[in-house]
Design a protein around this ligand. Structure first.
Ligand SMILES: NC(=O)c1ccc[n+]([C@@H]2O[C@H](COP(=O)([O-])OP(=O)(O)OC[C@H]3O[C@@H](n4cnc5c(N)ncnc54)[C@H](OP(=O)(O)O)[C@@H]3O)[C@@H](O)[C@H]2O)c1
Length: 411
């Protein structure tokens, strides 16, 4: 019991790691007593950030709610390395995704808190102050002892999972396996526009849908919500892999998706999409970034008994857990997914849910596609670090045409 209380106190104070890892230059790093050098058991031989910081500027929330909960502070604790495989990144640019607006509103809190604190050792609300923002492009400042792939000064990009502190901040901590070397041909602002949407599309089309550069040639791909962050990346990925892309978007996004390579464009505002799709041959793969009613009829446009797959990114998982709690929410989610998978399997098509998966390895592959000129960032608007609330309002307004980027430094 005492051990648990002790551990809990350490976790709450954010110093659970001290004694295992420590920052060079701090009192506990290497204690010199006369001529004898006393080293702690696992003293981190770090390479230092240019200057030692204890606080930094961050956009934080102290409670969930509308845009007025966003607060800029100059006194956010400098992030610490808790595990030996972590790195501290100086954020040069970040970007926003719908999940940031949803998280600000409190969406997914039950499941994310479960991930943050599986043993429920921390007090309620211990996730605050919470920094939002998933995408980062920046520079490695410090590496944990187990990190050999990166070194300080390396330019990296990545998407930080939503249960961790986010990137609307001067510095952020990530696992080394969540980040990758930034594509050389992109600026930090361009690079920050891609990781979260790219990894989500990669997860949906490659890891869940089984598409890759070897089997995609000539396949007919239908993408709903083609004009947004995920859609604009997905079109380019499919074209890079030789697929035939039909993009569903509104008419004012038609030129954009065509420029990205879409072969056919369907305007969902100018008439019934199902009627328009009847004129076209059936599809091998559908990526649904819209959900809702689309899911009810769109699987009819897949080729039957040929391995054709529908993958949706709009799932009830986090909502179920918020509403019903962890256990009931997961059971409900499992039943819903299982029922739909079986129902559609009987009709000769595959039905799947996909989720964002953080992965430095996938980003390595994506960086190659970017550096070879096959994938370009699609940036709708850039906001300065001081205008983060305006960027949230813009995103909340919907009708995205690519990404909303936040410039954090002048690099
Ligand atoms: N499961 C996961 O882990 C995961 C991860 C990332 C994203 N997502 C979800 O995936 C979806 C797409 O994400 P995103 O980042 O691409 O969002 P986004 O940037 O906001 O883009 C959504 C796009 O869909 C268009 N749209 C809206 N209704 C449409 C319809 N009926 N038909 C065709 N297009 C329509 C919007 O433009 P107009 O309204 O002007 O047409 C907008 O361009 C979101 O719902 C997001 O929450 C899930």
């Amino acid at each position: 019991m005492l051990v648990i209380i002790f551990f809990k106190m350490h976790l709450i104070s954010g110093r659970a790691y001290s004694g295992l890892l420590c920052r060079q230059g701090s009192v506990s790093t290497c204690l010199r007593r006369g001529p004898v050098l006393i080293k702690p058991p696992l003293c981190r031989n770090i390479s230092l950030s240019s200057q030692r910081c204890t606080v930094m500027s961050s956009w934080i929330i102290d409670r969930y709610g509308r845009n007025d909960v966003l607060r800029l502070t100059k006194n956010m604790m400098f992030p610490i390395l808790t595990f030996p495989n972590e790195v501290v990144i100086k954020v040069h640019a970040a970007s926003l995704n719908p999940i940031d607006v949803n998280m600000r509103n409190g969406y997914g809190t039950a499941a994310l808190n479960m991930k943050r604190d599986p043993l429920h050792l921390k007090a309620k609300g211990s996730e605050f102050p919470l920094t939002l923002g998933r995408d980062v492009s920046g520079e490695i400042m410090e590496c944990g002892v187990d990190v050999s792939y990166f070194k300080p000064g390396d330019e990296v990009w990545g998407a930080i999972p939503p249960w961790k502190q986010g990137t609307l901040s001067e510095f952020v901590v990530a696992s080394a396996d969540e980040v990758s070397f930034k594509p050389k041909c992109l600026s930090h602002m361009e690079a920050a526009s891609l990781p979260y949407v790219a990894l989500t599309a990669w997860s949906a089309m490659n890891q869940t849908g089984g598409l890759n550069q070897h089997n995609c040639s000539g396949k007919r791909i239908l993408i709903f919500g083609a004009s947004g962050g995920v859609g604009t990346f997905a079109i380019q990925l499919m074209k890079a892999w030789g697929g035939h892309v039909t993009a569903v978007c509104s008419s004012d996004a038609s030129a954009l998706v065509k420029k990205l390579g879409a072969d056919d464009v369907i305007d969902y505002k100018s008439g019934d999409v199902a009627e328009q799709l009847k004129m076209l041959p059936l599809f091998d793969f559908i990526l649904d970034n819209v959900g809702g009613a689309t899911e009810k009829w769109s699987l009819n446009f897949l080729k039957k008994w040929s391995g054709a797959t529908y993958v949706t990114l709009v799932t009830p998982f986090l909502l179920n857990v918020d509403r019903l709690g962890i256990a009931d929410g997961m059971v409900q989610t499992g039943v819903t997914a299982g029922t739909k998978i079986l129902k559609h399997l009987c009709k000769g098509v595959h039905y799947r849910w996909a989720f964002f998966i953080p992965s430095g390895l996938s980003l390595d592959e994506i960086a190659k596609l970017v550096d070879s000129g096959k994938i370009h960032p699609v940036i709708e608007q850039v906001f300065s670090f001081f205008d983060v609330p305006k960027a949230f309002l813009k995103l909340e307004g919907g009708h995205a045409r690519g990404k909303t980027v936040i410039q954090v430094t002048n690099k």
